[in-house]
Design a protein around this ligand. Structure first.
Ligand SMILES: [Zn+2]
Length: 329
């Protein structure tokens, strides 16, 4: 079963989170595999999307944002876009759009960043928005300060956390077709709460970036964790092996009902709104061509079907007509 554990290092400005997605992850993969249009993910995409899922859960668990955290990678390679979304309660969903063939063993660069124009975006979409409120979004390129492509997702996200949040962060990520797992080590900001939602970062905190000895020592230990170990060892063993000389204080683990799990936020109402935004002319032409409108959810594979009567209703409900140039009698 999936699980998430938070811990701190007693007396030091360093915290950690470790996540292991099992059932939540295999559910995402099996839904994709049973999609007859796409089929299963190639192993390389499985690894990337698993690492993204683990990372998105770690980030959401770290900030406990009351809304949706969306981690996206997009570019011009055979993987056009990959998305992992995590809600406040750690329910998650993920999908990727694969348009071309992948070379075996393709890495982030070959999959998404072929022309070095790939981007990584993190969006925080509040649950209860006030009128006109836009989601907060930060983006980073998939290259470093010398414009050299970054080979690993973990490095892209470490770069993001440092640039956008002024937080020293170490991430170890790994995924296969059974487990998606991640370890996050972060230096706690000196004053106030540095977080993704863009709170003010103090001067004292800036002075600490990259220089805190306790953080550097613990980050170095964390980086000795291999992908194989992260995927195969249980969490107690990992923490003991890495930090046996440190005083680790652990919080109540999030397992069972509070563990990360798969859940999709799609609904018939959302699909209705999407069809409404297409406009009545476009909807009519799809009906004329195919007999009905069928929309599949990329995340969970659910199919939503609207026959001509359902579709007409979308545009005739009182007060729901979009501004349209065509007269509807
Ligand atoms: Zn869905």
């Amino acid at each position: 079963m999936s699980e998430l554990h938070k811990f701190i290092f007693d007396g030091l400005p360093v915290r950690g989170i470790i996540v292991r997605l099992t059932d939540a992850w295999t559910e995402i993969l099996s839904r994709r595999a049973s999609n007859q249009t796409t089929g299963a993910y190639p192993p390389e995409v499985c690894e990337l999307l698993g690492e993204m899922s683990a990372a998105a859960v770690l980030m959401q668990a770290g900030i406990r944002f009351n809304g949706t955290l969306v981690l996206q990678i997009f570019g011009e390679g055979p993987v056009r876009v990959a998305v992992a979304e995590v809600q406040h309660d750690l329910s998650l969903r993920a999908t990727a759009k694969v348009v071309g063939d992948l070379l075996p063993g393709a890495r982030l660069g070959e999959m998404v960043n072929v022309d070095n124009k790939g981007r990584c975006a993190i969006t925080l979409d509040p649950k209860d928005k006030f009128p006109g409120q836009q989601p907060y979004q930060g983006t980073v390129p998939l290259y470093d300060d010398q414009r050299q492509p970054i080979a690993r997702l973990s490095e892209v996200l470490e770069h993001y956390m440092l640039q956008s949040e002024q937080l020293d962060t170490t991430l170890v990520l790994a995924a296969n077709d059974k487990v998606a797992a991640g370890l996050l080590i972060q230096r706690l900001p000196v004053q106030g709460e540095g977080n993704l939602a863009g709170s003010v970062v103090s001067r004292a905190n800036e002075d600490e970036i990259g220089v805190n000895e306790d953080y550097k020592r613990i980050a170095l230990l964390a980086r000795t964790l291999t992908a194989d170990e992260l995927l195969s060892l249980d969490i107690d063993t990992i923490l003991r092996r890495l930090f046996w000389e440190e005083k680790v204080l652990r919080f109540e683990p999030q397992v069972g009902d509070s563990a990360p799990r798969f859940a999709c936020t799609c609904s018939r109402e959302r699909v209705r709104n999407m069809i409404r935004s297409l406009g009545v002319d476009e909807a009519d032409s799809i009906i004329a061509e195919r007999g009905d409108i069928e929309v599949g959810c990329d995340f969970c594979g659910r199919q939503y079907r609207f026959d001509p009567v359902d579709a007409a209703q979308i545009f005739t409900e009182p007060g729901k007509q979009p501004p349209s140039t065509s007269a509807v009698q």
